[in-house]
Write a protein that binds this ligand. Structure first.
Ligand code: SAH
Length: 396
């Protein structure tokens, strides 16, 4: 295999190249050339400008990220894919508690770029996001079945990013079909997960620890869950004794949130849902003189691309500003950004700008992060994408 694998040589790095910085992505601009034909999705060996081995990865020149490294060794060891899935599963076993729904493989964060595997009870939901990983679909599914013992495997390869890789969307059962939904547990909360219609693979698993944390903190009786999806934070808070209003723009997400409410034995009086645009509803609540002790702001990624950052910042500022006006004196706001480009510093700056304009003072109660089943690799900074703050908001 060794002699047949095409060799890709990097340019002299300006300030440390991919192999040196430990990042697994190699951009077009970093490449000096390839010796011989290399097919899209195929495996290449990568060498530095001086000929030193950098690693082995898969290649696709349709994307600006032409190579994603699978190893920093000079060859791919026998059984590498399975052993990475095993290592990923072992990490979750060690760190994930109190649930039967978690992310087992988080793409680059588990050394398996382009592969997502989420486990919901006995069902694994998989996503193939790149051409290189798509070509490893069979061994990947085989590893998922044998390592995780998943009884059924559902494919949700419908992320828009597949287009960049030249891939069509693909969804459906791989092998024997299972039930269209599963019931899973997250601490005290039970969720019904719909594999076909849910966002992502069904749930926003990355917020699990924050949902459980906030519910355990006892931050006040009246809560507002803005961008509530299928009930996420609201279900946890209502079960911990709060009276909650949940808002989401998608009617079908709200319908499923209502199903989850019944599943958890909660009443509409304890947990009220409304289909509404967050920006409009925050205004309407203020006008109606409503007040809350705690507000959760968990918007979708407003910034998929760096160019959209300015618009996103002003959107965030407006959401935060309006939420601050709805809080009781000394109330609590938790605000999140799931976009890598809107980083911790920018989120804090934006929150401060909103506080300044509303004559509020902020105190950080907690720095918040994605859950442990979405590991963070400092060498691949994009793996640290979900961050948030729990603030106490007081008059200045
Ligand atoms: N907090 C949730 C996840 C939120 S994901 C949880 O823990 O499960 C973001 C949600 O925002 C999605 O459900 C999406 O439908 C919703 N959304 C997007 N734009 C919106 C808008 N302008 N107003 C209200 N909801 C919106």
């Amino acid at each position: 295999m060794r002699s047949k694998t095409p060799v890709l040589t990097l340019k002299k790095p300006a300030r440390g190249g991919a192999g040196r910085t430990g990042h697994c992505w190699i951009y077009r601009s970093q490449i000096a050339g390839v010796d011989g034909p290399v097919e899209p999705g195929g495996i290449v060996q990568v060498r530095s400008d001086k000929g030193y081995p950098v690693g082995v990865g898969y290649y696709n020149d349709r994307s600006e990220i032409v190579v994603r490294l699978l190893t920093f060794q000079d060859t791919l060891p026998e059984g590498w894919l399975r052993s990475k899935v095993e290592a990923a599963a072992a990490w979750r076993k060690r760190f994930v508690r109190d649930t039967d729904a978690c992310r087992i493989v988080a793409s680059e964060a588990d050394g398996l770029p382009g592969l997502i595997v989420d486990l919901y009870g006995e069902t694994a939901v998989v996503q193939f996001l790149t051409l290189g990983m798509e070509r490893l679909r069979e061994p990947a599914v085989e590893a998922v079945r044998s390592v995780l013992g998943a009884e059924t495997v559902y494919e949700r390869s419908d992320a828009p990013s597949r287009q960049i890789e030249g891939l069509e969307p693909r969804t459906g059962w791989i092998g024997a079909a299972g039930a269209a939904f599963a019931e899973v547990r997250e601490g005290k909360v039970r969720y019904k997960v719909h594999f076909e219609q849910g966002h992502k693979t069904g749930l926003y698993l990355d917020q699990r620890e924050n949902r459980m944390l906030l519910a355990s903190m006892g931050l006040g009786a009246r809560a507002l869950d803005v961008f509530c999806y299928e009930g996420g934070f609201g279900l946890h808070l209502a079960l911990s004794g709060c009276r909650v209003t949940g808002i989401d723009a998608q009617a079908d997400a709200i319908a499923r949130a209502e199903e989850n409410r019944s599943l958890n034995g909660l009443t509409p009086d304890q947990l009220r849902f409304k289909t509404a645009n967050a920006f409009d509803e925050l205004k309407a609540l203020e006008k109606a003189g409503e007040r809350f002790d705690q507000i959760i702001l968990d918007p979708p990624s407003f910034v998929r691309r760096k160019e959209a950052l300015e618009g996103a910042v002003s959107g965030y500022k407006e959401l935060i500003l309006r939420s601050m006006k709805l809080l009781e004196e000394g109330g609590f706001l938790s605000v999140y950004s799931c976009s890598y480009h809107m980083d911790e510093h920018l989120l804090l700056q934006t929150s401060m700008a909103a506080a300044w304009d509303t004559r509020k003072d902020l105190r950080v109660v907690r720095f918040l992060r994605q859950s442990q089943d979405h590991p963070i690799h400092p060498f691949v900074p994009e793996t640290y994408y979900l961050k948030g703050f729990l603030f106490q908001v007081k008059g200045r």
